[in-house]
Ligand binder design. Structure first.
Ligand code: SAM
Length: 327
């Protein structure tokens, strides 16, 4: 279809779609691991740490009976965490159809033949879709409003264009009730840019990850460039290998405010771990998950390289303005 604004704009739109597809195909192609494969992963302790961080967020902000929207839910790795929080209803959406299929299998209790578990106690709706492109208010008209929205390790995929970043926030805002909570984790742009500055060229990393920026986003261009579409390639051993986008947190916060959110907190994951590891209930959880040694702030099981990857991420909590309906 001809584009009134000319070919360049059309090409930009096309390339955005191509990148969204690349991300989707990457995640879709990742098959479910067996328990043995998972334990053999070079980043198994990082995965456990990330699960602990997500569990802490969920335990802090989800209440019994809550309606939950899990944007970019992936294979449903958080279903058990929501079950433990005794939520009342769950909607999971992801762009990767393969992941949604795995999520459905897990929800139906068929994920692991060794570990057939009881069915989840909440009803769920699982859907395949692009949460950063499609207006979800109509699609989820009968499911909204939600008490909690979660977007774990995925918000940055919306930052390829301003329109997508806005759509992501507009969707969450439209679907949450007043006073509802939006929790998430995403890369910490400050850390990534600091590492880029310290690097010799446009790439840096360690034995388990690397990040490589395109020539066009060399350091000099950061200050003048617009805050959307700053792309890099991210590789994390046994987990990720696809394009991602820098999310400058101050821009994210300002944009979120336009969509009626106020910031509750933002913490780099290193700080998050240090803070919540002091609380007995979360130490206990860490012991059970087995991410950090015996759980008393001993990081012996997590390799230094995995711990460096944890530093690349932050956790955020936003609250939708307004008072919850008292009726
Ligand atoms: N939230 C899950 C978790 O914590 O286990 C999955 C995290 S995984 C790192 C990122 C997920 O974002 C993938 O499942 C991917 O398919 C999903 N994703 C990326 N872009 C998306 C989009 N535009 N709409 C919906 N999901 C998307």
């Amino acid at each position: 279809k001809p584009n009134p604004e000319g070919d360049t704009h059309f090409l930009e739109d096309e390339s955005t779609k191509i990148f969204a597809r690349k991300v989707a195909d990457h995640y879709s192609a990742r098959s479910n691991q067996t328990l043995e494969e998972r334990e053999a992963s070079p980043i198994i302790h990082l995965k456990k740490l990330n699960n602990w961080i997500k569990s802490v967020l969920i335990q802090l902000y989800a209440k019994r009976g809550d309606a939950v929207l899990d944007l970019a839910c992936g294979k449903g790795g958080d279903l058990i965490k929501w079950d433990k929080a005794k939520v009342g209803y769950y909607v999971g959406i992801d762009i990767a159809d393969g992941s949604i299929e795995d999520c459905r299998t897990r929800y139906n209790g068929e994920a692991d033949h060794h570990q057939r578990r009881k069915k989840f106690s909440f009803p769920a709706r699982l859907m395949c879709g692009d949460c950063y492109e499609v207006p979800l208010d109509r699609v989820l008209e009968d499911d909204a409003p939600f008490d909690v929205c979660s977007c774990q390790f995925a918000m940055h995929y919306s930052w390829s264009t301003e329109a997508r970043a806005r759509r992501a926030l507009a969707n969450v805002s439209a679907l949450l009730r007043p006073g509802g909570i939006f929790i998430g984790t995403m890369p910490d742009a400050n850390v990534i840019i600091k590492k880029l500055r310290e690097a010799e060229g446009l790439a840096f990393g360690n034995s388990v990850y690397w990040i490589c920026f395109d020539e066009e986003f060399s350091e000099k261009k950061f200050k003048s460039s617009n805050p959307f579409g700053i792309k890099y390639k991210f590789h994390l051993e046994d987990a990720v290998d696809c394009p991602e986008w820098i999310v400058p947190f101050h821009v994210f916060k300002a944009l979120a405010e336009e969509y009626d959110f106020e910031l509750v907190f933002v913490k780099n994951n290193h700080i998050f771990v240090d803070e919540y590891m002091k609380k007995p209930e979360f130490i206990e959880l860490m012991k059970r998950l087995g991410a950090l040694g015996d759980g008393n702030q001993d990081r012996s099981t997590l390799s230094p390289d995995e711990w460096e990857v944890a530093y690349l991420y932050l956790a955020f909590v936003l609250r939708k303005r307004g008072q919850p309906d008292q009726t």
